[in-house]
Write a protein that binds this ligand. Sequence first.
Ligand code: RNT
Ligand code: ZN
Length: 425
Amino acid sequence: MSHNPSERNLLDAYALAREQYAAQGVDTEAALAAIAGVALSLQCWQGDDVLGLENTGEGLSGGIATTGNYPGRARTGDELRADLDLAFRLIPGQHRANLHASYAETGGRKVERNALLPEHFSAWRDWAKADGRGLDFNPTLFSHPLAASGFTLSHADAGIRQFWIDHCIACRHIGASFGQTLGTPAITNIWIPDGFKDTPVDRQSPRARLLTALDEVLAEKLDPAHNRDAVEPKLFGLGSESYVVGSHEFYLGYAVSRQVMLCLDAGHFHPTESIADKISSVLNYLPEILLHVSRGVRWDSDHVVTQTDDLLAITQELVRGGFLGRTHLGLDYFDASINRVAAWVIGARSTLRALLLAMLEPRQELCALEQSGDYTGRLAVLEAIKTLPAGAVWDQFCLTQGAPIGAQFMDDIRSYERTVLAQRG
Ligand code: RNT
Ligand code: ZN
């Protein structure tokens, strides 16, 4: 059905591209080696519309939402892992998986979130271990009766606050157990939905409570070889339009003063505000950051990531600034209106391609122009390089990694949809 270029043609195209880039002082082989070293963390929650495996009948809450009812949603851990396996096969490179606490597997027994243990994630851990894959983790402070008021770690009730503090502490231990077993630290990221729909009178008390709660969560020092912590700010959510306790300023101050990672989610700011410009700022004060690569359309809609100017601005910053080694890259979107496995594959491939594009810039030439004050020349080069044959280098990357070329991955997705997803009823 698809008309694939022959491998010979791809190799020829790459040889020409390599020469053309070399003429600009760009080493495509170095770029290919660099992109092969980038690990993206794939959000497990794209596979099941953020519903989790607790089977409590709680719908998704917390001011985030999936729309669409494409058939084939994963309903069990095994289904979700099988779907992820396919996605990983269709994405070039070696990548990580990102779990939420709501994906615990407790063998049908109800285990409260404050009592979760590493053993409730043993299937995930064994699965990751078998593939040499890293795991990242997130406490789940939504879709739960004790989050129904819209407040968790900043709740005015000390008992509810304590429940969520204990949940987050349990999650850090689960993250550390992943890191220990898998030999690569888990990034455990705390995002809470807390906020008000309408204008609050007291903006300070919830923030003071959140600060104290976070200090309790993070009190125990864990080996950074096993677990590293991140906090994720947000401007607003559905139902928390007027006030979010964990705002950007709140968490920026928190992260810097406590030296934990800040998680910058591309959808969590004003629609025209880019996280690209924040990276070089916050890295003056923090050793590492976490990014949630996402695509907001008019709001924090968590659309599948595509190769937009917004995405390119982020990847250019990471590469130009030499920040990749200090940045953990997670994908964060959830679309239930298209094939969910394809959603992972498309977003991950676009993110990697955008990174590769940034790696193919003639950095030395651009920096020299800028340093000499030749901003006309800088603009001319930045525009001219947009049509260099980056596609041939990307194809070469896919080829050497045994990943499909172009949209060829849809062949496998369609056959999986017929044989597996369609059977899920
Ligand atoms: C919500 C945050 C958060 C979630 C996931 C499910 O606005 O972006 O990262 O998307 O934890
Ligand atoms: Zn996020």
